[in-house]
Every structure is written in structure tokens, then in C-alpha cells.
Design a protein around this ligand. Structure first.
Ligand code: DQA
Length: 152
């Protein structure tokens, strides 16, 4: 079985490229998603992306990952990282490993960005590398065994 990765982008990430480019860079969300799809293909993995501004929409999509064949999630929950017990609970409920990513180094920014409701559940946390935060997550996942390899 191939890894099937769901990349979840939270609120305001639809504004990438326009939004505070000095912090988040000039890449648009479409460009980021396309480059991640290309990288995933080259690593022999399937990748789906999802962005929503609403907490409930994000929770619903994360819940679906339990039954749609997703093997790993990569999530940038945006500001909900620092506020959302609901997104934490959804990630805990689906029993799938995930990597928390951030474009910016949240620890070098305002104190309210230093706490994450997700990090202690994550397999790893990558922050501050821009688009490479997501790419590093994909490279890591590509080296993890799939179910078939795990039982072989
Ligand atoms: C972010 C960091 C968050 O603090 C912020 O609210 C975002 C983006 C990042 O990718 O650096 O929306 O998750």
C-alpha cells in the first residue's frame, strides 16, 4: 500500500502569497500544493490537500481521514494551532499519525504562538522552514513503513 497523505491547511493560508509575505513568503497556496503533489509523486506517495478557514470544516475533514484511506496527515492548523481543543480532539480521534508544520518559526514570534494544542500528539513538529517545512514532512513520511511493509 502506498502512503496516502492528507495535507490540511487552516485559516488564512488561502491568503498565502498576499498575506505578510515577509513572514510567510511569496508562494501562493496553489503553488505550494502543486509543488507538494509533484514531490509526493516523485516519492511514490498519494497526496490530497484541503484548506478551510472554519474550525468545524477542518474537524469534519480530519474525521473523514479515518475512513478514506489516509495513512498520514500533515497539518498546518494556522492560528487554530494555538486555540483549538476541537482540532486536537479530532486528530486524537482518528488514530492516524500526523506531523505539525508551520511556515514561520512560531517560537521566534509572539508568546501566544509558542503554545500548540497539537504538538504533544504529533509524531514531529517542523517550523520556520517555509515551504520546506511541508517538504521535510513528506520526506520523513516516505521513509516510514507502510502497513504491508510493517507486517512483511
Ligand atoms: C502559522 C503560524 C501561526 O501562528 C499563524 O496563526 C498562521 C500560520 C505558520 O505557518 O507559520 O496562520 O501556522
Amino acid at each position: 500500500m502506498l502512503h496516502r497523505i492528507l495535507v490540511v491547511h487552516g485559516p488564512n493560508l488561502n491568503m498565502l502569497g498576499l498575506r505578510e509575505p515577509e513572514i510567510y513568503g511569496s508562494l501562493t497556496l496553489d503553488e505550494l500544493n502543486r509543488s507538494l503533489e509533484t514531490l509526493a509523486r516523485s516519492l511514490n506517495m498519494a497526496l490530497t490537500t484541503f484548506q478551510a478557514n472554519g474550525e468545524g470544516e477542518l474537524v469534519t475533514r480530519i474525521q473523514q481521514a479515518r475512513s478514506d484511506g489516509t495513512t498520514w496527515l500533515v497539518i498546518n492548523a494556522g492560528a487554530y494551532t494555538h486555540t483549538s481543543v476541537a482540532i486536537r480532539d479530532a486528530l486524537a480521534a482518528i488514530d492516524r499519525p500526523f506531523i505539525e508544520v508551520h511556515l514561520s518559526n512560531v517560537h521566534a514570534r509572539e508568546p501566544f504562538r509558542h503554545h500548540s494544542y497539537l504538538s504533544d500528539l504529533a509524531r514531529g513538529v517542523i517550523a520556520g522552514l517555509g515551504a520546506m517545512s511541508y517538504e521535510a514532512a513528506l520526506h520523513f513520511i516516505a521513509r516510514q513503513p507502510t502497513d504491508l511493509e510493517a507486517v512483511a
